[in-house]
Design a protein around this ligand. Structure first.
Ligand code: PGA
Length: 254
């Protein structure tokens, strides 16, 4: 399918870049520009937990969807500092990142945690955006494919995927995230094709969507989206500034 025809996902992970007022202000600006996007382009923003409700208010009446950057799998209780999937669901969150490389590397989240989060999100009706990717040493020693396959197996083996629920996987090589060193688009496309084959083996005939993430910029977004098995991008740093995010949106739908 040509890049001009397929549905495109533009996901903005604001990480910990924006405070409450800045998050609201960017959301307000995006509400104006979102209407210029063609219908086949779906945008979601992933603000901090602190800003979620404020951003929701700013985006009210716009097609931009809300995502959480992280969640905890127990609904409520004595878990200081955590926000549960059920709590996010209650304020209208549609997506949640799971297994982001910064969660895996800085906060030591493992494949088992990732699986628990996926199950909790599905149980409350939030679509997990499962992040998969190898580190630089893993790529250098030739084990990238093995690593991403193991991550997929841990995430999806024997999981009953709810009917009608979107299945979204983001290929985010750890070495490309927040480094200014993107993966070559053809290689990202090849890895997504490999992930697609594996997911089909694990979950069967469920239409899966693959995103690329890692140093996406206005200049390279088109090259990623043109890859057959890449349907969109998960963008960090460049999504937290109106100018670069507008450039990415414009280039993605060209
Ligand atoms: P980056 O991050 O665009 O800042 O490299 C991507 C991501 O973390 O999803």
């Amino acid at each position: 399918m040509s890049a001009a025809a397929k549905k495109i996902y533009l996901f903005a992970n604001w990480k910990m870049y924006l405070n409450y007022a800045e998050s609201r202000s960017l959301a307000r600006a995006l509400k104006k520009t979102a209407h210029d996007l063609p219908q086949r382009a779906g945008m979601a923003v992933f603000p901090s937990a602190l800003a979620m409700v404020g951003v929701k208010e700013e985006l009210s009446g716009s097609p931009v969807l809300l995502g959480a950057q992280n969640t905890y799998w127990v609904d409520r209780g004595g878990y200081t500092g955590e926000v549960s999937s059920a709590m996010y669901k209650a304020v209208g969150v549609r997506y949640a990142l799971v297994g982001h490389s910064e969660r895996r590397t800085i906060f030591h989240e493992n494949n088992h945690d990732v699986r628990q989060k996926i199950e909790a999100l599905l149980a409350v009706g939030i679509t997990p955006v499962v992040c998969i990717g190898e580190t630089k040493p893993e790529r250098q020693d030739g084990s990238a494919e093995e690593v991403v396959e193991a991550q997929l197996r841990a995430a999806f083996t024997d999981l009953a995927w709810p009917e009608g629920r979107e299945l979204i996987i983001a290929y985010e090589p750890v070495w490309a995230v927040n480094t200014g060193e993107p993966c070559a688009p053809e290689e990202a496309g090849r890895m997504c094709s490999l992930l697609k084959k594996n997911v089909a083996g694990l979950l069967g005939d469920i239409p899966a969507v693959f995103l690329y993430g890692g140093s996406v910029r206005p200049e390279n977004v088109g090259d990623f989206i043109r890859q057959t098995d890449i349907s969109g991008v998960l963008v960090g740093g460049a999504s937290a500034k109106l100018e670069t995010w507008s450039g990415i949106m414009a280039a993605a739908v060209k």
